[in-house]
Design a protein around this ligand. Structure first.
Ligand code: ARG
Length: 475
């Protein structure tokens, strides 16, 4: 009796069926258009598996060599764009396996020994994610480098700091850039954590229960560059936490990008006028000739919605799935790929955009001087010089502000006599205390905006950045 040859036109599992789904349904069930981008990882996983099977005497050396050579040829074809992808193959795993069988015959049909698509897809996705989290980590670091550079250049520039989008206290522009540098440093950590979560090899878990073949799981894990082997097969084929970790990292990073965009959009308006976008990072209007729109910043802000949606999609896909693999999980890749592509592209655009900003120093310092930005310092003066409790000082300054507001004046407009009318303890030195540079200089606590404190912040920020650069070079 001769064994039935696999028919490459039929689904791999069709042996058990007397009837098969329509072409329309097969297309509906296919993930090939999405997951074909994991072809390199799929082939790497198969080569490692075949080599291991030969070492364990499950396959002969001859069979394994034929498989490895066939897979390498397929890889070359895909690379060259001559490989014919067919939707009938359902997914990248079947497409490559079918091509292998078509190319080398029966030996190719032995590749899937001791393996299931369940551990195969989990392996491919983890390999892919390790690569992509590293790419995004690099893009984050390029932006961090730019922010550090900008902070170094702008320690002397004073800009209003805001709370509730109301002018609060003057700060150094470096303080502002370094705030974002901390956010992106944390984002980097989150991507590295996702990278670590992905760095576990599920290959050898088979469908859910392990397999009777004497696999050497440590060998395949090492071959594929994984640091660890998964502990429980049932968990290993159904775990997508590493994708959720990466999507959360992407969503949070996008929130930071979006907040920065929001400020760029506001600060480049005529009303603020603190910053100007380079022509390369703005667009005009087809009807209003005066317009210079912050389109790219708006687009990054908008794409944040998409990335948060990607995270949400995967959370909902995974919710309530019974163990182990369910076809629902095929829906994991589209949001994961989309979120990582989007955040990487946005990080790159943002890096160029902030590097090309022109800072209107004049405008920033004028905006920092007028109004009531020195109110806290006036109260601090009363605490320091007149030993008033802060609450009482706050009340006195509050009444000064109210009076000024009614008269359309600013704190700096008041004469010493007028100030003494509110509180007799005001001395001539109050004027110096209200100078904008003095105010900034005074905030010298660790993490504060004083030039001295900024110098320390800069050193700390650079040190973390340098360590992170070393870390990512090693993965
Ligand atoms: N295309 C599938 C996915 O991406 C591969 C795993 C299929 N496994 C299965 N038992 N149907 O999830």
């Amino acid at each position: 009796m001769t064994a039935k040859k696999p028919d490459s036109k039929k689904p791999a599992w069709s042996g058990r069926f007397s009837d098969v789904p329509s072409d329309e349904l097969l297309a509906f069930g296919a993930s090939l258009p999405i997951d074909r981008r994991m072809w390199q990882h799929d082939i790497a996983g198969s080569i490692a598996h075949a080599k291991m099977l030969a070492r364990q005497n499950v396959l002969s050396d001859h069979e394994a060599n034929a498989i490895v050579a066939g897979l390498q040829e397929i890889a070359a074809d895909i690379e060259a764009g001559t490989f014919e992808w067919s939707l009938a193959d359902e997914d990248v795993h079947m497409a490559i396996e079918h091509a292998l069988i078509a190319r080398i015959g029966d030996d190719g049909a032995r590749l899937h020994t001791g393996r299931s698509r369940n551990d195969q897809v989990a392996t491919d996705t983890r390999l892919y994610l390790k690569e992509r989290t590293r790419d995004v980590g690099r893009a984050i670091n390029a932006l961090r480098r730019e922010l550090i550079e900008l902070a170094q250049q702008h320690n002397e520039v004073i800009v209003p700091g805001y709370t509730h989008l109301q002018k609060a206290q003057p700060i150094s522009l470096a303080h502002y850039y370094l705030a974002y540098a901390q956010m992106f440093a944390r984002d980097f950590r989150r991507f590295m954590a996702a990278h670590q979560a992905a760095d576990v090899c599920p290959l050898g878990s088979a469908a859910l229960a392990g397999t009777g073949y004497p696999l050497d799981r440590d060998y395949t894990a090492r071959e594929l560059g994984f640091s660890r082997v998964s502990i429980n097969a049932l968990d290993a084929v159904s775990d997508r936490d590493f994708l959720l970790d990466a999507l959360y990292a992407a969503a949070t990073c996008h929130i930071h990008l979006s907040r920065l965009c929001e400020e760029i959009i506001l600060w480049t308006t005529e009303e603020f006028g603190y910053l100007q976008l380079s022509g390369r990072y703005s667009t005009g209007s087809s009807i209003m000739p005066q317009k210079k729109n912050a389109d790219f910043a708006e687009l990054i802000r908008g794409k944040t919605g998409r990335v948060i949606g990607d995270l949400n999609a995967l959370l909902v896909i995974m919710k309530g799935l019974p163990l182990a693999y369910n076809k629902d999980m095929q829906e994991d890749k589209e949001p994961a790929f989309d979120a990582l592509d989007t955040v990487e592209a946005c990080l790159r655009v943002m890096t160029g955009m902030v590097a090309g900003l022109t800072v209107n120093t004049e405008r920033m310092s004028t905006a920092s001087t007028g109004g009531f930005m020195a109110a806290t310092d006036l109260a601090d003066y009363l605490v320091e010089k007149c030993n008033l409790p802060f609450r009482q000082a706050h009340e006195i300054v509050g009444s000064i502000v109210l009076t000024c507001e009614r008269q359309g004046r600013t704190l700096q407009d008041l004469s010493i006599d007028e100030l003494q009318g509110f509180f007799a303890g005001f001395g001539r030195d109050v004027e110096a205390a209200l100078r904008i540079e003095k105010i900034v200089e005074a905030r010298a606590t660790a993490g504060g905006t004083a030039p001295k404190a900024i110098a320390v912040q800069l050193e700390q920020t650079k040190e973390v950045y340098n360590n992170d650069e070393q870390e990512i070079a090693l993965i």
